[in-house]
Ligand binder design. Structure first.
Ligand code: NAI
Length: 776
C-alpha cells in the first residue's frame, strides 16, 4: 500500500475547538446582549433570540433598542466628542494601540464567539477575521498619531452612526470604529441582529483599555433600530449591507447635511485567461467564493473563463470542490461552515430554484442537515441570466465563458455593481491592461479577497461610495477645518419697468459637445445690470438639454485616457487665453453684478490662478503604492470619477472655473450649470474653450434654473457624481434623486466654505485599489 492509498482511505478526524469559554462568558453576563452606552451596559432585554446557525441552539437574548434608547446613546457620544477630539492624535493613538493589543490577547474568545454566532469556520475567524481586526486598530493608531501633522486642514465630523452587516461582524466593526475614533469622532454602532455577540466582547475591551466613556457606544437591534439611528442626531452614517437598505438610507439622509458612506453589494467577476496558472486560479477561486460560505460582498461570484480552457477548468474545479469539507464550523478542519441564518439559507435556495434551471448545477460536496448550503457551481449561463446578475450571497459560483480580452472586459462590466474583480493570467501585460478597464473599486491580480487596513476598499456604481482603509478612508471621517457660512443668494436683476431694447440680438446659447446650441425649450431670459440695462439673454435649459449634455460628456471619454501632461497643457492654455481676455471678462462681471472693477478683476485673476493650480496638479496628484503585509503591493490609483454634473455658485466666472478646473484636470467630463443670477460670463467663456484645444464634450455649460435642472441631473443614470455650490439649496433634491444609481454627491447644504485643493482633487477622483504580486 502506498502513502497515497493510505491518504485516500484514511478517515478524516475532527479537531473541534471548545465552545466552553465563550458560552461561559455569555452565561456570566446573564445570557443577554444589549446596549453599551457611555461606558455602561444597558438596557439588557431579551427581545430577539440569538441562535447558533450551525446547531440551531439559542445562544443568547438580544435587546431591540427603541428610538429613545438610540437617542440616549447618540447624546452620550455627542457629550464625549469634543473632549475626545481635543485629546490630540497621540493620546488617541495610545487607546487604539491598547485596543489592538487587547484584541490579540482575547483572540481565542473572539474567534470562537464569532464562529458560534455567525457559523463561519473557526479557521477563518481565527486566521483572517480577528488578525485583521487587530491590524485595523494598529494601523489606525498610527493614523491618529500622524494626523495632527499630516491632516492639518481637516477635523473630526462629530458623532458617527455606523450600521454593519452579519458577514464579518467584528471585522466590520473594526473597519467602522477604528478610523472614526482615530480621527476624533465618537461613534454609535449598531451590529447586525444575527451577529452582535463579538461587539459585546469588544465593548468590554473598550472598558479594559480605559477608553473614555461615550467614545464607543453600541446599540443592538434590527432594521428598525438601524433606521432610528439613521434619523437620529448624528453627523454621519456609515453603512455596510444590502444595496436596497443603502438606497433607503441615501433617501432618508438626503438634505439633512449628514455625511454618508455606503459599502453595498457586489457581483464581482473572477476572470481566468487561458495562460493562467490553473492550479493557483482554482485555489484562488475556492477562496474567492467559498470563503465565509460566499457571504462576502466582494466574493468572486461570477466566473469568466476563457473558452479554450473552460471545460478543463470546470472539471478541475468540480474535482477540487468535491474535496471541500462542510460542516461543524468549530472543527478546525472544516472549509465551509453554516449559513448565517435560515432566512439567508431560504434566500439562497429561492434564487437557485428560480434561476438554476438556466444552467447546469454542480454540487459535488453534499451539505449536512441544518443551516448549510453545498458549494455550488452553475455552468452554461449567459451574461444576462438572473443568477449572473443578482447577488446570491452564498456559496454559489456562476460561470460563463469569453473568447477575447475585450469580451472579458465587456462581460465583467455588464453588471450594476462595481465592487471588486480578480484577473488571472501569467502575462503581466495582459493583466495590467485589463485591470484599469474593469469598473470596480478593487482589482486583485492573481489573487482574491485580500484585505488590509492600509489599502482602500469600496465600490463604484451600485456598490456604493466612499473608501474604507488607508489615508483615503480618513476623508470619510473628517471635514475641512474652518466655518461654513450660510449663503446669501445673489440678487438676480429683474426686468425694470421700461422695456429695454437691445441693438443686437445677444441671446447666448448652451454649450454642448463643443458647439453652441439652442435650448430645447426655446425659452430664454433677459439679463439686466443692477441699473436696469439689458445685457443680453440667457437660454433656459431643460431636462432634454441635460440629457444632450450628458450624452456629449459621455462621448468625450477619450479625455479620461488623455495623459496628465496633455491635460495640464490644455488647462494652462485655457488660463492663458482667459488672461488675454481678462479686461473683457472683468468688465462683464462688473456689468452683471455691479461690483467695482477692482473686485471684478480679482475674480478673473483668481480664475486664472485656479486654472494654473489645477494644471499643475494634473501630474502631481500622485497615486500610491500601499505596503500591505503580503507578497504584493496595493496600488491606489486615482481614476477620474467619470461624468460630473456641477451647479456653480453665484460668482459669474469663479463659480464655473472652481468646479471645471479640478474636474477636468483629473480626467472627468463636466456638465456645469452656470451661475443662475449672472450667467453671461460663463457663456462668454465658450470662446475661451473653443480657442484652447479642449476636446468637444469635455466641458458642457448650461444656463437656467438650478432648482429645475437639479432633478434631471441627479436622477440621470449616466452621471457619476453631482456637485452643488448653488445658492439655491439643492442638497435634498440632489441627494434623494441620486439614490437611483447611488452616484456620489457633494453638496453645500446652503452653506459656503472654502476647500483646499486636495478636497477638490479627492472629489474629482475615485480610488481604485489594484493588488499586484510584487517581490517574494
Ligand atoms: P441588510 O442590509 O438588511 O442589513 C445590514 C444591516 O443594516 C443590519 O445591521 C440591519 O439591521 C441594518 N438595517 C436593515 N434595515 C435597515 C434600515 N431600514 N435602516 C437602517 N439599517 C437597517 O442585509 P441583510 O438583510 O442582513 O441581508 C440581505 C442581503 O443583503 C443579503 O442576501 C446580501 O445580498 C446583502 N448583504 C450584503 C452585505 C455586504 O457586505 N455588501 C452584507 C450583508 C448583506
Amino acid at each position: 500500500m502506498t502513502v497515497k492509498d493510505i491518504f485516500e482511505t484514511m478517515d478524516y478526524g475532527t479537531a473541534p475547538e471548545s465552545a466552553g469559554e465563550a458560552l461561559a462568558w455569555l452565561e456570566a453576563r446573564g445570557g443577554i446582549a444589549g446596549n453599551y452606552v457611555d461606558g455602561t451596559w444597558g438596557p439588557l432585554r431579551a427581545d430577539i433570540d440569538v441562535m447558533n446557525p450551525a446547531t440551531g441552539e439559542r445562544l443568547a437574548g438580544l435587546t431591540k433598542s427603541t428610538p429613545d434608547e438610540v437617542a440616549t446613546a447618540v447624546a452620550a457620544a455627542r457629550k464625549a466628542q469634543p473632549k475626545w477630539a481635543k485629546l490630540g492624535g497621540h493620546k488617541r493613538a495610545k487607546f487604539l494601540y491598547a485596543i489592538a493589543r487587547l484584541v490579540q490577547k482575547h483572540a481565542r474568545l473572539l474567534s470562537v464567539m464569532e464562529t458560534l454566532d455567525n457559523g463561519k469556520p473557526i479557521r477563518e475567524a481565527r486566521d483572517v477575521d480577528i488578525p485583521l481586526v487587530a491590524r485595523h486598530f494598529y494601523y489606525h493608531a498610527g493614523i491618529a498619531q500622524l494626523m495632527d501633522d499630516e491632516m492639518r486642514d481637516r477635523e473630526a465630523l462629530g458623532v458617527c452612526g455606523q450600521i454593519i452587516p452579519w458577514n464579518f461582524p467584528l471585522l466590520m466593526l473594526a473597519w467602522k470604529i477604528a478610523p472614526a475614533i482615530a480621527a476624533g469622532n465618537t461613534v454609535v454602532l449598531k451590529p447586525a441582529e444575527f451577529t452582535s455577540l463579538t461587539a459585546m466582547v469588544f465593548a468590554e475591551i473598550c472598558t479594559e483599555a480605559g477608553l473614555p466613556k461615550g467614545v464607543v457606544n453600541i446599540v443592538t437591534g434590527d432594521g428598525d433600530t438601524g433606521a432610528a439611528l439613521v434619523t437620529s442626531d448624528v453627523d454621519k452614517i456609515a453603512f455596510t449591507g444590502s444595496t436596497g437598505v443603502g438606497r433607503a438610507i441615501r433617501a432618508a439622509t438626503a438634505g439633512t447635511g449628514k455625511s454618508l458612506t455606503l459599502e453595498l453589494g457586489g457581483k464581482s467577476p473572477y476572470i481566468v485567461f487561458e495562460d493562467a496558472d490553473m492550479d493557483s486560479a482554482i485555489e484562488g477561486l475556492v477562496d474567492a467564493i467559498f470563503f465565509n460560505q460566499g457571504q462576502v460582498c466582494c466574493a468572486g461570484s461570477r466566473l469568466l473563463v476563457q473558452e479554450g480552457i473552460a471545460d478543463d477548468f470546470h472539471r478541475r474545479l468540480i474535482e477540487r470542490m468535491s474535496k471541500l469539507r462542510i460542516g461543524n464550523p468549530l472543527d478546525k478542519c472544516i472549509d465551509v461552515g453554516a449559513i448565517v441564518d435560515p432566512v439567508q439559507l431560504d434566500r439562497i435556495k429561492t434564487l437557485m430554484e428560480t434561476g438554476g434551471a438556466e444552467g447546469t448545477v454542480h454540487q459535488p460536496c453534499p451539505a449536512p442537515e441544518g443551516c448549510y448550503y453545498p458549494p455550488t457551481l452553475v455552468t452554461g449561463l449567459h451574461g444576462s441570466s438572473m443568477l449572473m446578475q443578482e447577488e446570491i450571497f452564498g456559496p454559489v459560483l456562476v460561470s460563463t465563458t469569453f473568447r477575447t480580452p475585450a469580451e472579458a472586459v465587456q462581460v465583467a462590466n455588464d453588471t450594476r455593481y462595481g465592487l471588486a474583480a480578480s484577473v488571472w493570467s501569467e502575462n503581466i501585460n495582459l493583466a495590467l491592461d485589463i485591470a484599469p478597464k474593469l469598473v470596480a473599486g478593487v482589482v486583485w491580480i492573481n489573487g482574491a479577497n485580500m484585505f488590509d487596513a492600509a489599502a482602500g476598499f469600496g465600490g463604484v456604481r451600485e456598490s456604493g461610495f466612499g473608501r474604507e482603509g488607508g489615508w483615503e478612508g480618513m476623508l470619510a471621517y473628517t471635514k475641512p477645518t474652518g466655518k461654513a457660512v450660510t449663503i446669501k443668494p445673489a440678487t438676480k436683476h429683474l426686468k425694470p419697468d421700461a422695456v429695454a431694447v437691445l441693438d443686437l440680438d445677444r441671446t447666448s446659447k448652451l454649450y454642448i459637445g463643443g458647439k453652441q446650441s439652442r435650448p430645447d425649450s426655446g425659452y430664454s431670459e433677459a439679463v439686466f445690470s443692477p441699473k436696469g440695462k439689458l445685457l443680453g439673454h440667457a437660454s433656459l435649459a431643460s431636462r432634454k438639454d441635460v440629457r444632450n449634455a450628458v450624452e456629449a460628456a459621455h462621448a468625450a471619454k477619450g479625455w479620461s485616457k488623455a495623459t496628465a501632461h496633455l491635460r495640464a497643457q490644455i488647462l494652462y492654455y485655457i488660463g492663458e487665453n482667459l488672461s488675454a481676455r481678462s479686461d473683457e471678462f472683468s468688465a462683464r462681471i462688473s456689468a452683471l453684478t455691479g461690483t467695482p472693477s477692482g473686485k471684478a478683476q480679482a475674480e478673473v485673476d483668481d480664475a486664472i490662478s485656479t486654472l494654473f493650480t489645477y494644471a499643475a496638479w494634473c501630474d502631481k496628484y500622485d497615486s500610491a503604492a500601499k505596503p500591505v503585509p503580503m507578497r504584493g503591493v496595493a496600488l491606489a490609483m486615482k481614476d477620474p470619477v467619470g461624468v460630473i454634473g456641477a451647479f456653480c455658485d453665484d460668482r459669474p466666472l469663479g463659480g464655473l472655473i472652481d468646479v471645471m478646473a479640478p474636474a477636468i484636470a483629473m480626467g472627468n467630463r463636466v456638465v456645469a450649470v452656470a451661475s443662475e443670477a449672472y450667467p453671461l460670463a460663463a457663456t462668454d467663456f465658450y470662446q475661451v474653450l473653443d480657442t484652447s484645444d479642449v476636446p468637444a464634450g469635455v466641458v458642457n455649460i448650461l444656463t437656467g434654473s438650478h432648482s429645475e435642472l437639479a432633478k434631471p441631473m441627479a436622477g440621470h443614470m449616466d452621471v457619476d457624481a453631482v456637485w452643488s455650490f448653488s445658492s439655491a439649496d439643492l442638497s435634498a433634491t440632489i441627494e434623494s434623486e441620486s439614490a437611483g444609481n447611488l452616484k456620489r454627491t457633494w453638496v453645500n447644504n446652503g452653506k459656503n466654505r472654502s476647500y483646499p485643493a486636495r478636497d477638490w482633487l479627492a472629489h474629482s477622483t475615485e480610488i481604485k485599489t489594484i493588488w499586484v504580486p510584487y517581490g517574494e
